[in-house]
Design a protein around this ligand. Structure first.
Ligand code: DAH
Length: 345
C-alpha cells in the first residue's frame, strides 16, 4: 500500500544521519533522481482511488518536502565541513603560487637589443608621431614633389590638403626632422617606431612594420664615423664573425647614400635560401645627411655634417630567429610569441 510505503520512507529519512558527502550523494540517488523513490511514489499515486487522493496527496507532498530538506541540510553540512578542514590544512608559511607571466614580443626584444647597443655609444632614444604631415615625412627630407613614394600606392593618406597632406608616416626618418627642427647640434639619437605603407599583406610584406632610425649630427662627422658605428653595431648584435659591405644607393635625404649588407647569419656567407645563395643580406639604408635636409631644419650645413641610417626591425628579427613569414608578428598566436623570451621580466 502506498500509505505504508510513505510511512516507511519517512522514517528512513528521519533516521538518515550522513557520515560523509558520499552518504549524501547516495541519499540523492536513492530518493531524488528521476527514477528515485519520490518520483516512483508519485507515479503510484496516479492510480490511487479518488476518495483517498486528497489525504494521501498531502502526505506525499510532505514526504517529498522532507526528502528535499534533508538532502539540502546534509549537503550544506558537508560543504562547510570540507571547507573548514581545507582551511586547517592551509600552511601560511608556504610560498605563494607563482604568476604566469606573458612573454615579450620578439620585435620588442630585438628593438630593446638594438637600443641597448646604441645607448652604450651615447645615442639617446627619441620618438615622434605616427600621423605625420607632408613636410616631416617628405618635403623636409628632400623628396621632390613628384617622387613616387608620395603616390597613393605607397602612402596611407588621411587628409589631402594642398601641399600639406596628412598621412601615416612611411618611415621613421620624419623623427630626424622633428629632432633637428627642435634642437641644436650635436644630435646623436636613435628613433624606433611603427611605420605604414600601402602594401598587400603577404609573407614578405605588410601594411605596417617597425624601423629604427639613427641620426648623428655634429661638426666634422664623416662617412668613416658612419661605417665604424654600423660595423660595431652589427658585431654586437650578430657576433664578431659578421662582416659588412656597403653598396652605393640613393635616398633623397642622404648624399652619398649606401645600403649595408651583412654576411648571412644563417650560412655564414656560404650561400643559402635566406641570402638567395649570395652569402650577403641587406639590413639597412644609410648615408651622409643631405645638406638640403640640414638647411630645411635650420641647421648650418657649412658648419655641421651628419650621418643617418634606417633599418627594419622585422628584417633583423627574421635573421636572428629565422622567421620566414612576416604575418606571424601580428597574428598574436601565443604558440609563436611564447618562444622568444629568454629572461624573466
Ligand atoms: N627611410 C628609409 C626607408 O624607409 C631608410 C633610411 C635610409 C633611413 C637611409 C635613413 C637613411 O636615415 O639615411 O627605407
Amino acid at each position: 500500500m502506498l500509505q505504508e510505503k510513505i510511512q516507511q520512507y519517512t522514517e528512513e529519512i528521519a533516521r538518515f544521519t550522513p557520515q560523509s558527502s558520499e552518504d549524501v550523494e547516495a541519499f540523492r540517488l536513492k530518493f531524488l533522481v528521476t527514477k528515485g523513490v519520490v518520483r516512483t511514489l508519485f507515479d503510484e499515486f496516479k492510480s490511487v482511488s479518488p476518495d483517498l487522493k486528497r489525504e494521501l496527496g498531502k502526505t506525499l507532498n510532505e514526504f517529498k518536502q522532507a526528502a528535499e530538506n534533508k538532502y539540502k541540510t546534509s549537503q550544506e553540512q558537508f560543504a562547510s565541513a570540507s571547507q573548514a578542514s581545507k582551511r586547517e590544512a592551509e600552511d601560511l608559511t608556504l610560498p605563494g603560487e607563482g604568476f604566469v607571466f606573458g612573454s615579450r614580443h620578439p620585435l620588442s626584444l630585438v628593438r630593446k637589443e638594438i637600443v641597448e647597443i646604441f645607448k652604450k655609444l651615447g645615442f639617446t632614444v627619441a620618438e615622434g608621431p605616427e600621423i605625420e604631415d607632408d613636410w616631416h615625412n617628405f618635403t623636409a627630407l628632400n623628396f621632390p614633389p613628384e617622387h613616387p613614394a608620395r603616390d597613393m600606392q605607397d602612402t596611407f593618406f588621411i587628409k589631402k590638403q594642398d601641399g600639406n597632406d596628412i598621412a601615416l608616416r612611411t618611415h621613421t626618418s620624419s623623427v630626424q626632422v622633428r629632432m633637428m627642427e627642435n634642437g641644436t647640434p650635436p644630435f646623436r639619437a636613435i628613433m624606433p617606431g611603427r611605420v605604414y605603407r600601402n602594401e598587400a599583406i603577404s609573407a614578405r610584406a605588410h601594411c605596417f612594420f617597425h624601423q629604427v632610425e639613427g641620426l648623428y649630427v655634429d661638426e666634422g662627422v664623416s662617412f668613416a664615423d658612419l661605417k665604424q658605428t654600423l660595423y660595431h653595431f652589427v658585431q654586437e648584435l650578430f657576433g664578431e664573425d659578421t662582416n659588412v659591405r656597403f653598396r652605393p644607393s640613393y635616398f633623397p635625404f642622404t648624399e652619398p647614400s649606401a645600403e649595408m649588407d651583412i654576411s648571412c647569419t644563417i650560412c655564414k656567407g656560404n650561400g643559402c635560401a635566406m641570402c638567395k645563395g649570395s652569402g650577403w643580406v641587406e639590413i639597412l639604408g644609410c648615408g651622409m645627411v643631405d645638406p638640403n635636409v640640414l638647411e630645411n631644419c635650420g641647421i648650418d650645413s657649412g658648419k655641421y655634417s651628419g650621418f643617418a641610417f634606417g633599418m627594419g626591425i622585422e628584417r633583423i628579427t627574421n635573421l636572428k630567429y629565422e622567421i620566414k613569414d612576416l604575418r606571424l608578428f601580428s597574428e598574436n598566436d601565443v604558440r609563436f610569441l611564447g618562444q622568444f623570451e629568454t629572461e624573466l621580466i
